[in-house]
Design a protein around this ligand. Structure first.
Ligand code: NAP
Length: 281
């Protein structure tokens, strides 16, 4: 049975699942590549049809694993990839995107992100994004690791063009964006993609999460993901290279956290009480 995944609507009107698939560290070893592709396909089978990758991951190796996973089923997938800041000049962005398309074995990326801010002026990167969009090589563009002031600067520099998403570190142990960026993004209608939603696996086995998990017959990882699913406009992208853990993660959408659960989570993982610069991994 397909899990009923909640959806998030992107600025262009397209709906994507609020739970997708990460790929960092995939493609680093030939020995595990087939299992990694199988994990991604297991996620697709359950409706986790958003796949997040980047030219940086395994120097393109992760994009190759994704290409293998989506072969023959490209139409089911909402594909996200990222350009490295060092490549994000007007011409470099276009060359980087074309190289990503070759590795992914497709003619378009649905959402193409600037991985983090670098030395190239934002207006030039966005000009390249708009060219790629006009050519049909990308469906939309966005950014990653942008704090609220970066987002405001970006909008000021490129309006009327607007990013379709901002991908940032967000999980129970890293709730800094709840102070400002999250609300600002929700008001602007710019979805937040929560990366490292399991804090790179560190939340797995956390006693407070296990305790809440026992009430719902769920694992700590599922509770951590269920928490993010309570946030409007947030898309979580857990990574697992094992099909059974991908299936476990998909079932997070079946958990309905109560207000008492959320209160206990606030106790174990206090929300921010003052502004801190955006954390990055
Ligand atoms: P994560 O998804 O928070 O955690 C991944 C780790 O958790 C892996 O070690 C995985 O191991 C383990 N895991 C996953 N599901 C599990 C489960 N149900 N039970 C036990 N262990 C589980 O960390 P992440 O990979 O850093 O973040 C997710 C994705 O966000 C990345 O893959 C990448 O696509 C993206 N990202 C983006 C940026 C950026 O700058 N934009 C930065 C970091 C990450 P197994 O694989 O062995 O299951």
């Amino acid at each position: 049975m397909k899990a009923e995944l909640p959806a998030v609507t992107l600025p262009g009107g397209r709906q994507v699942p609020a739970l997708g698939l990460g790929t960092w560290h995939m493609g680093e070893s030939r020995a595990s590549a087939a299992e990694e592709a199988a994990s991604l396909r297991a996620g697709l089978d359950l409706g986790m049809t958003l796949i997040d990758t980047a030219e940086m991951y395994a120097d393109g190796g992760a994009e190759e694993v994704v290409g293998e996973a989506i072969r023959g089923r490209r139409d089911e997938v909402f594909l996200v990839s990222k350009v490295l800041p060092g490549n994000a000049s007007r011409t470099g962005t276009i060359a980087a995107c074309e190289a990503s398309l070759r590795r992914l074995g497709t003619d378009h990326i649905d959402l193409y992100l600037l991985h983090w801010r670098g030395r190239h002026p934002l207006a030039q990167t966005v000009e390249a994004f708009e060219t790629l969009k006009a050519e049909g090589k990308i469906g939309a563009w966005g950014v990653s690791n942008f704090d609220e002031p970066d987002m405001k600067e970006l909008l000021g520099a490129v309006e009327p063009a607007r990013p379709a998403a901002n991908q940032v570190l967000y999980n129970l142990a890293r709730r800094g964006i709840e102070y400002d960026l999250l609300r600002w993004s929700q008001v602007q209608g710019i979805p937040v993609m929560a990366y490292s939603p399991l804090d790179e696996g560190r939340l797995v086995g956390h006693p407070a999460l296990e305790e809440i998990g026992r009430i719902h017959d769920a694992s700590a990882a599922q509770v951590a993901l269920a928490f993010l699913l309570t946030r409007p406009g947030v898309i979580a992208i857990p990574k697992s290279g094992a099909p059974e853990r991908v299936r476990e993660n998909a079932r997070a959408c079946e958990i309905r956290l109560t207000s008492e659960d959320l209160r206990r989570l606030d106790e174990a993982f206090p929300p921010p009480t003052r502004k801190r610069p955006l954390e990055m991994i």
